[in-house]
Design a protein around this ligand. Sequence first.
Ligand SMILES: C[S@@+](CC[C@H](N)C(=O)[O-])C[C@H]1O[C@@H](n2cnc3c(N)ncnc32)[C@H](O)[C@@H]1O
Length: 270
Amino acid sequence: MMRPTPLQRLRAIRATPKALLVQLLAVVVSLMVYRFTLVLVGAPLPVLAWVLLQAVVAAGLARLLHSDRWWFWIHLGFGPGALAASLLHIPALWYLALFVVLAVVYGSHFRSQVPLFLSNDRTAQTLLGLIPDNEPMRFLDFGSGLGGVVRAVAVKRPLIDCEGVEGALGPAMLARLLALGRRNCTLRWGDFWKTDLAPYDMVYAFLSPVPMPAVWDKACREMREGALLVSNSFVIPGVKPIRTVQVDDRRSTRLYVYRIPPLPKKFSTQ
Ligand SMILES: C[S@@+](CC[C@H](N)C(=O)[O-])C[C@H]1O[C@@H](n2cnc3c(N)ncnc32)[C@H](O)[C@@H]1O
């Protein structure tokens, strides 16, 4: 097998460290240009020109390293934005406060690459159509956000144990508050990768394309044969859903329903 080139290795880095690397490389390149013009012309580059140069280099590097499209614009705006903010003389505490708020709301999103956005009510109602009316079972929302889906299922299906696990502290706490007093509803703060899926008959996931192969792997290892994994919007590459349900909403949401297959022989315990 051919060994990857240094450029291929850089391209394979995950989004957040890659963004940091791009910013640092752009600072180094623009500092070199700064030094070069100082030596050559005898005058330093104006700050604005330096910042713009850094931004253009960063955006170009993001393209070169195959970062997702939106990173181009983030890198292009970051330096000029930071310069503009520094001219406003905003007290440093505000930045700290903003950082804390973002950390509480978004938690470890940068690791899981799953942001917080919520299933709408129509999606929750369509999901209910996939859940039997009068059979006791266990339902889990894998990354439950504010717990809206868990509450919707718990209200309409009183026989079902409805659970949710959410990794970001702020939404997890709010979800618990909103579910107070509801008997068949458990919402907890935790990492879904550390949650055993064996007890659940149906797992609902509204995540992003990035973790779907790993989610399927985990579901197949832990869930019983015949249990269901329902993914909102994101398919599992290379796996055929047993059903695709179209939701009648503005974003034309699709629910992909996957049935857990029998364990392959090498995993089988018998
Ligand atoms: C797109 S939101 C979906 C929220 C909710 N399921 C819904 O449909 O309204 C995905 C959620 O997964 C959470 N999440 C991401 N990584 C996680 C992890 N490792 N453990 C638990 N939750 C996680 C995010 O914080 C986010 O709230």
